[in-house]
Each structure stands twice: as C-alpha cells, then as structure tokens.
Design a protein around this ligand. Structure first.
Ligand code: 7TS
Length: 412
C-alpha cells in the first residue's frame, strides 16, 4: 500500500526530501482528519478555475456547469453509500452538522414527552449533545447502551433498553476511541421492531469499510468528507426519502424554498429543502474526488492494511510494560484506531514527547467524555492508522512508546 504515499503532497515531501518543515513527520491522527491527495486538490482547483458560478441559480451555462458538478458529486456520494437515490443525500459541513440536522428536524418533529432516545456510551459528543437537547426540549429521556470494558463491545443484555418507548436509536458505526465496529444491522432491526428509526454516525466507518446504508438498515447516516481524504467543511447526511420528505427544514434561507410570501413559505424538493444558502460546491467536488480515490485504492484493501498495522501495533504494545490498551486487544477489531495509556505518564505528555520525535498522535478525551468517565480513564493517547501508514512508522511509534517512562524519569 505504500505506493499511495506519493499521491499525497505531504507524504511525498517527507519521503523524497524529509522536508525540514515536516522533518520526517509520522502522521498517526487520521481519525481526527485524513491527509489529502493531489487528485482532491486538483479537482477543487479545476472546479474553481473552470466551473465557478453559484450553482442551482444561474440560467447561463457556467452556472449550469457548476450545478452539474455539484449534483454529480451528490450522485457519487449516493453510490458510495448505496443510497436508493441521490435525492437521499444532503450536503452538510461535517458529521456534527449532519447529526444536528437529523436531531433538529426529525428528532424535534417526532420525539415527544415520555419518549426515549437511545445512544451508546461510546458516542462522540456530536452524537450525544443534539439528542440531549431534543430530550430536554421535548421532555424525553436519553438512554445509554453501555459497553463491556474489556472488549469495548455492547453486550447483548444492553439491547433490552430498546423498547416501544424508543423513538430514535442513534449509534456510531465505528467508535473513534475504542475502534469497535457496532452491529448496526442488528440494532436497526431491533429499532424497527420497536417502531423507532435508526441513525448511524458514519464518521469513522466510511473511510475504512464499505458502508451500504440499505444493507445496514439505516434510516439516517451522517459522515464527513475530511476523514476520507476529502476537504474540510463538507460532509453528507443520508436519509430515507420518505422520512426526508416528511421532515421540516433545518436552516431557512436562499434556494431551499418553492415559494415565499410575506407570511410564509413552501419548501423546495428534497434534498434542496435542507441546503439553504450558497452551497459548498467546490468542497462537494473535492469530496467526490476523494471518494473515487479511496474506491480506486479499494476499501477491502484499506481495511486489510489498517487491520494488519493495528495488529502489529497492538501486539507490540502488549510487550511494553506499563502500556494499557483501552478496549479490544485484538488489532483486527479496532478499525486502525489504537487507544492507550502509559502508567504514570499523562496522555498530554505522551503526545508532547512523541511530537518531539516527530510523531503526531492525539491525546485527551477525544470528544467522548461520557465514555472516558464510564471507563475511568478521562484522558488517553490515540494512534490512528490509514492505508498510507507503513510498518516502519508503527515500529518507530513502538520504539518511542517504550521510551516514554524512561523519559519521564521512571527507572523501569
Ligand atoms: N463522530 C465520530 C465517531 C467522530 O469520530 C467524529 C470526529 C465526529 C462524529 C465529528 O466529526 P466532525 O467531522 O463533525 O468533526 N472525531 C474526531 C476525533 O476522533 N478526533 O478529532 C475529531
């Protein structure tokens, strides 16, 4: 897989020149954001150089070309997720905005006093706060599916929390801390049996595994472009057409209307009803280029490579005294996300010491504070891997992790 590194300006500079600016940086923070290949940057350049006009408005040909580029990008996302129609794809800024859209429209319209919304304890704040808000406004209750602390998986017994009182189940496909892949199809079937809808946070799964919204039984799914090598500031929501059509709009303004009078308005058809104002067409074009790029690499190759590197990292870490892996100890079950602590060394110090060695990892609560509180580890360090990472990088990380206690003044 290392042949793909030359597709990325950042890695090309590192590999060819060990550039002073990057000084041989080892980038292990893809779960926060992936790097961008030239092909994405060039696609955006091409859009702004040759197709730039405000899409969906102009009747002149340049605007029509911009509209086509934007709508083609929507079709690429729809095919990527196996949506039944491009109308089921709404462009957003990111997963956070997507989940807020779903909560503020479907959630506010369908959750009432006494109802329940079910999430898991491993959710990112973006899949907790919007539901806390809906429950607070509507007088509903937010329930959590807890995880087994050893395996990082939701035990069977937790699923009994999904009942006829449940109106929405919103669970992440892959955890950004534990790397756990949740059995979405099974949870969706349970949700549907109880008359609830299934919302999926696809931020961490869409870059790594084939996501098929129909096979998953998802009613809604939110994702971000920047986590799969696309630009920042663009993401998407998948929603079943009949649900989207019945939902009120999210943001109100330009181009999301059919007709406006002094006292009211009717809405444009789905998906434009949910895309108020000038859209991020250049970013959508970049996201579509990123999707085509990772499809050309092959999601099956990506997941295999991520797993191989994660196994190497987990097995290596198991051999280093005082290193604790948070969640499943089987590297094939972590989707390339390896979260750990080192006894006596604060995760922020881990990240700083590794940064001094030109290794970029993330430390802190990873926007999953309820999970940290539940596990009793408020802060952790996290290395996240992608197809452009190498065995050499993993080995270098292991070598440096084995030094952390010594550098912190411990004798062993
Ligand atoms: N959901 C999950 C599971 C995530 O991992 C993230 C971002 C989000 C939602 C929010 O995505 P955004 O694009 O709206 O920011 N996770 C991380 C992370 O783990 N480190 O930085 C961002």
């Amino acid at each position: 897989m290392n042949k793909y590194r030359k597709d990325f300006p950042l890695f090309k500079a590192i590999d060819e020149h060990n550039s002073a600016e990057n000084n041989g940086l080892v980038y292990l923070d893809t779960a926060a954001t992936a790097q961008r290949p030239y092909i994405v940057l060039n696609a955006m350049d091409h859009f702004y150089a040759t197709q730039n006009a405000n899409p969906l408005r102009g009747i002149y040909s340049l605007s029509e070309r911009a509209t086509k580029a934007y709508e083609d990008a929507r079709e690429t996302v729809a095919k990527f997720l196996n949506a039944a129609s491009p109308k089921e794809i709404i462009f957003t800024r990111n997963t956070s905005e997507g989940l807020n859209l779903i909560a503020n429209t479907y959630g506010m319209a369908n959750v009432n006093a006494g109802d329940e919304v079910v999430v898991s304890i491993m959710e990112h704040h973006s899949n907790i706060l919007p539901w806390q808000y809906v429950c607070e406004v509507k007088g509903a209750t937010l329930k959590y599916l807890y995880v087994d602390k050893e395996t990082g998986e939701i035990p069977e017994s937790e699923y009994s929390k999904i009942t006829p009182k449940t109106k929405i189940v919103s669970v992440t496909h892959v955890s950004n801390v534990l790397g756990t892949t949740n059995p979405i199809r099974k949870i969706a079937d349970l949700a549907h049996k109880n008359g609830a809808v299934m919302v999926v946070d696809g931020a961490q799964s869409t870059p790594h595994v084939k996501v098929d919204v129909q096979a998953l039984g998802a009613d809604f799914l939110a994702m971000s472009g920047h986590k799969l090598c696309g630009p920042m500031g663009i993401g998407a929501v998948y929603g079943k057409l009949e649900l989207l059509e019945a939902m009120p709009p999210f943001l109100r303004g330009g181009e999301m209307i059919e007709y406006v009078t002094e006292t009211g308005a009717t809405w444009a058809e789905v998906p434009h009803k949910f895309e108020a104002g000038t859209v991020s067409a250049g970013d959508a074009v970049g996201m579509a280029a990123a999707i085509r790029y990772i499809q050309s690499v092959g999601l099956e190759n990506i997941v295999q490579h991520d797993n191989e590197l994660a196994v190497r990292l987990v097995e290596g870490m198991k051999k280093i005294p005082h290193v604790n892996i948070i969640g499943n100890k089987d590297g094939t079950k972590r989707c390339g996300i390896v979260t750990f602590t080192v006894d006596g060394v604060h995760p922020h110090d881990i990240a700083t010491l590794l940064s001094d060695e030109n290794i970029a990892i993330r430390a802190g609560h990873h926007c999953a504070q309820p999970l940290g509180a539940y596990l009793g580890v408020p802060a952790t360090a996290r290395a996240s891997l992608y197809f452009y990472n190498t065995e050499e990088e993993v080995d270098l990380l292991l070598e440096k992790v084995s030094m952390l206690r010594k550098w912190s003044g411990y004798k062993d």
